[in-house]
Structure formats: C-alpha cells, structure tokens
Ligand binder design. Structure first.
Ligand SMILES: Cc1cc2nc3c(=O)[nH]c(=O)nc-3n(C[C@H](O)[C@H](O)[C@H](O)COP(=O)(O)OP(=O)(O)OC[C@H]3O[C@@H](n4cnc5c(N)ncnc54)[C@H](O)[C@@H]3O)c2cc1C
Length: 552
C-alpha cells in the first residue's frame, strides 16, 4: 500500500511563491531605479532580490510566530529592561544592517543613494515589515542628530556601522548601534506639544548639555535600540534629547520598559511603554526647538511609511497574480477569467502608482541638499504621498487577499500578515487627518512648496488631456479656502493622484497610465477594485506585474 491516503490527492493548488528574485521580477522597480538616478545600485539590488526570495521568507514567518518577550527583571530582582527575540528577528536585522538599509545615504552620499536605499528597503519590507521599524528609525535619526555636531560625531559612526550587534551593553563597546524615537505619550501622540515628560538641566543649559528626564512614552518601538531621540519639556519649552540605554558611567540608564504592547500586526517588533525615572540625556539643538529638530527624523520615517506601504502592496499583488496564474475554477485559470482580470489589473495599477511615487520621492531626498526646489518638493510631497499610499494599502491588501479565496485567509499564505500590517503606516508618524492638516499648514506658510509640487506635476503636461484637465481643476480648487480644513482629505487625495498620474503619464507603461487617467482622474470606475472599464488590455497589465519563479 502506498503512503498516500487514497482520498488525499492534492490538486489545483498553486506552488508557493518563493525561490525567485524580488528585484528581477519587478519591472516597475527596475525601471524606476534607473530613472531616478540609482542605476549604479542595480547589482546590489539583484543580490538582495535573490536573497529575499529565499530564506528570509521563512524568517519573516518565524519572527512573527514567536513575538518578542519582555524581561523586566533578572532572577534576583534587579531591573533588566531587555527584550528577547527569536533568532529569525536577528537574522532579518543582520540582513538589513549588512545591506546598509539603515545608513546607505550617510555612508555613501552619492547621487541616487536615497533612491537605492528606498529600493533595497522595498525588497526587505515585502518579506517582513516589523524589523523595518528600527532600521527606518536609525536611518532617519542621522539628519536630526546632525543638528548637534559633537553628538553626531560620537554616534554617527555607530549608527552607520554595517555590523548588527544585538548585545545589551554600552554602545561605546559595541560594533554597531541602533536608534529609536520617543514622542507619543498617553495623553497625546499627534499633539506632541502636550507632552508632559520634564527635562531638568544637570548643569549649564543649552545645546549638547546634560539633563535628567522624568516622565513616560506610551509608544516606544524597538526599545532594544541603543539610543533614542525623545521629546521633553525643558525650561524654554518642548525640546529634543538624545537618550542612551546606558549612562556614561557604564550603568543602565533609568529607562524602564513597563510593557510590550499586544498589537494587531507588526508582531515581530517590540513596541513598548517606557518610564523615564530621571533618565540621563543630552539636548539636541536648542531648548524649545524640539519639534523643528526632530522633524528631520519624522520626514525620513514618513518616506519609509510610503516605501513600507508600497512594498506591502507590491507583495500582495505578487501573491494574488501568482495564485491566479495557477488556480483553475470553472474550467479556466483564474488569471484568464475576465472579472478576475479586472480585479487584478486594478490592483496592479494601484501598486505601480505607489512604487513610482515612492522612488520619485526618494530622489527628492537625494537632490534636496543641493536644490531648494527639491527640498520644498520633498517636504510637501512626502506628506501628500504618505497620506494617500498608506490609505490605499489596507484596501488593496484586502482585495488581493480575496483573490486567493479561503487560502488567503489562512496564516501560511502570508496574506493575513500583510493585511494586519497594512493600516499601521497610516497611523505612524502622523495619522491621516494629522497629515492632511500638515499639508494645509505647509501650504499656508508660503507658495514655495505648492509651486515646487506643481512644477513636478507640470512636467507631464500635454501627455494626457485627462491629467491636464484634472490638474487645472485642482489648481482652481486650491484657490478656494472656504472650509479648507473640512475638505483637507479630499484636496490631499487629489494632489496625490495628480502626482501619481503625472509620473505614470511621463514615464510609465502606456496601458497602465491610460487606466490610471481613465479611472483615478476621469472617474470611469466604481468604488471597489475590479470596476475598470471593459476596453482595457487587462492581460498585458497583469502579465507585467506577475512574478515568475523558475519553472512556474
Ligand atoms: C505599532 C505602533 C508603534 C509606534 N511606535 C512609536 C514610537 O516608536 N515612537 C513614538 O513616538 N510613537 C510611536 N507610535 C505612536 C504613533 O506615532 C501615534 O499613535 C500616532 O502619532 C497617533 O497619535 P495617538 O495615538 O496619540 O492618536 P491621537 O493623537 O489621539 O489621534 C487620534 C485620531 O485623531 C485624529 N486627529 C488628531 N488631531 C486631529 C485634528 N486636529 N483634527 C482631526 N483629526 C485629528 C488622528 O488623525 C487620529 O486618527 C506607534 C504607534 C503604533 C501603532
């Protein structure tokens, strides 16, 4: 008798989507890398693309199946305030740090470095999103830290090291260090000016000086980082501080982890509640200038929210198109069923729009230091794009999950993890409303940012009449300030799709640009995904997005 049960013949199930190169399989990412000035990084992306299609997929599962454990005290009752992770977490971190995802533009600031780093981060984020949090915060902290040159001189070499060193010990003895962020408190996260944590100067006050912080942070992700940029109230108002886990005398800083949060998703990443009980810290920038100082960090983490959401969308599309290409129903492959083609093509277009926007945005970070217009563009377009891409991600992932039918609802398919992760970037670093209000504030400060934004969009003028008409209407609407705050979401959404549409018209695949203009700009669609007009070349759009592991 054979081992197999007579009733257990497995038919019509797709092969797992693994063993493929995530970069090579992504035509949109490859073209964007070249277009936005980082062709020099192609080999690096090829390498990481190959790696991420293999073992890291398993690490992603393991790191989320075995979430981190908080160890507040040792067996004798001494405070430890450490978090234990599954080895898979450390592998993911080692991979990301080793490939410079936390530091590439600071280590090698050549043109295109932010674009290259965005593309690399896009690959690892598809495999596992949680470990991207400390990686992103470390990348983002460096420009804020540079406001205090002597602190930057001490910490930047550690934060940009390519060695991942997870040991809980003073950073001066480690081979590499990571940085976190503490702004949000119990009484408020968006309204950080309501922070109650107090900072008391230990001697002379002023930039770089020593203080003691007393208070708490309600969300402090990745508490095993070596150092944190935090906000606290000093004599002259809300200020930014650098707070290490260890004091200069080699003792543990009074940074006490109270709890690790039980979260919807992002479960591999420890997000904690901490108390500062007279914690030692140093002032970054001037007292009372905490928000302008830390905003440098916030802008970069917002860029990463866009990259992370675009990555989740891309992986969801990869999984959905792969499944549909191998699963039959009613006598045909799902990918050949007209209504499924409509759904998949719609998802592919949305994902492509997110990817091109993220890469263009990253280029503005490359050019910003030398070009004022790009600096204005980066500041404004980051908020606009963060709002919209993060808003589209949960809807897209839910629809992609449905493409797998019941299999998509089962943990092993990866879709539940993508689904749970999808709303997070919309909350982090400014939730939807707060981001829209931020866009309005930037507009009110002067015409430069809006001019820089429209200058970018106008590069595509003449490419598609639907885009031209949409942009003209949008410009007119922006001149009407009545009830602007109430209308903010609608205005920002339209700016975001104008930006995405301009990129697709100027550089994208013609069929994709055509669908985008017809449906997102000229409104020839329903509300749900899969309501595109019937005249579209669905097969072409789906085909170019679908990854093809060898032999499938
Ligand atoms: C998994 C996770 C990890 C996190 N990690 C960190 C971390 O490491 N460090 C850190 O500092 N923070 C962290 N955060 C906190 C996060 O940044 C905040 O949750 C976020 O900024 C929102 O703040 P809040 O939760 O206090 O919500 P609130 O500020 O109370 O906002 C609630 C809602 O009201 C809306 N709202 C607020 N003001 C207005 C207004 N004027 N008009 C209209 N609507 C408004 C917001 O958009 C939001 O939808 C983390 C959050 C999560 C979920």
């Amino acid at each position: 008798m054979s081992d197999a049960m007579a009733t257990h013949e497995v038919l019509n199930q797709p092969p797992p989507l693994e063993g493929y190169n995530l970069f090579a399989a992504d035509a949109v990412l490859r073209a964007g890398l070249h277009r936005e000035g980082a062709a020099w990084a192609e080999e690096r992306l090829e390498r990481l693309g190959e790696i991420t299609g293999g073992e890291p997929l398993r690490w992603g599962v393991q790191a989320n199946t075995h979430p981190p454990i908080l160890r507040t005290h040792d067996r004798y009752g001494n405070r430890l305030d450490e978090v234990e992770f599954h080895p898979a977490w450390h592998e993911l971190m080692r991979l990301a740090v080793g490939h410079e995802l936390h530091a590439l533009p600071w280590r090698d600031p050549r043109p295109g470095a932010h674009v290259a780093r965005a593309a690399l981060f896009f690959l690892t984020s598809q495999v596992e999103a949680g470990h991207g949090c400390p990686i992103s915060m470390t990348y983002s902290a460096v420009p804020a830290l540079r406001a205090q040159p002597e602190l930057a001189a001490e910490w930047e070499p550690r934060l940009t090291s390519t060695e991942y060193d997870s040991r809980a010990m003073p950073a001066c003895h480690k081979r590499g260090a990571l940085c976190g962020m503490g702004m949000t408190e119990k009484q408020g996260g968006s309204d950080v000016r309501a922070n109650t944590t107090r900072a008391r100067a230990l001697g002379a006050r002023g930039p770089g000086a020593e203080y003691e912080l007393t208070g708490h942070k309600w969300f402090c992700s990745a508490p095993m980082c070596d150092v944190f940029l935090v906000l606290a109230q000093a004599e002259d108002g809300l200020s930014c501080f650098l707070l290490p886990r260890w004091r200069p005398d080699g003792t543990r800083n009074r940074f006490h982890i109270q709890r690790v949060k039980d979260k919807l998703g992002n479960r591999s990443n420890a997000s904690s509640e901490v108390e500062f009980d007279g914690a030692w810290a140093r002032l970054v920038g001037e007292e009372g200038r905490g928000v302008p100082t830390i905003i440098e960090m916030v802008n970069h983490t917002r860029l990463d929210c866009v990259i992370g959401s675009a990555a989740g969308m891309r992986q969801a599309v990869a999984q959905a198109t792969h499944h549909a290409a191998h699963r039959r129903a009613f006598g045909k492959l799902l990918i050949d069923q007209p209504l499924m083609q409509n759904v998949l093509a719609d998802l592919c277009v949305e994902s492509e729009a997110a990817t091109v926007a993220m890469l263009r945005l990253a280029r503005a970070y490359d050019e910003g230091p030398r070009d004022e217009g790009q600096r204005h563009f980066a500041r404004f377009a980051t908020a606009v794009t963060k709002y919209w891409v993060c808003k589209r991600a949960p809807a897209l992932v839910a629809e992609a999950l449905e493409c797998l039918g019941g299999n998509g609802y089962v943990e092993e398919s990866m879709m539940p993890r993508l689904y749970r992760e999808a709303p997070l970037n919309g909350i982090w670093e400014g939730s939807g409303n707060v981001i829209c209000l931020d866009v309005l504030r930037a507009m009110a400060r002067g015409p430069e940012v809006v001019d820089a934004f429209f200058a970018e969009i106008e590069l595509a003028r003449g490419g598609d009449r639907r885009l031209d008409a949409f942009v003209s209407r949008l410009r007119k609407d922006l001149g009407d300030f009545r009830a602007m705050e109430t209308r903010a979401r609608r205005v920002v959404e339209r700016m975001a799709v104008a930006f995405q549409g301009s990129l697709l018209v100027a550089h994208g695949d013609r069929a994709v640009a055509d669908v985008f203009c017809a449906t997102r700009l000229a409104d020839d669609r329903g509300v749900a995904f899969g309501t595109l007009p019937a005249s579209i070349d669905f097969a072409h759009i789906v085909d170019r997005a679908r990854p093809r592991p060898e032999g499938s």
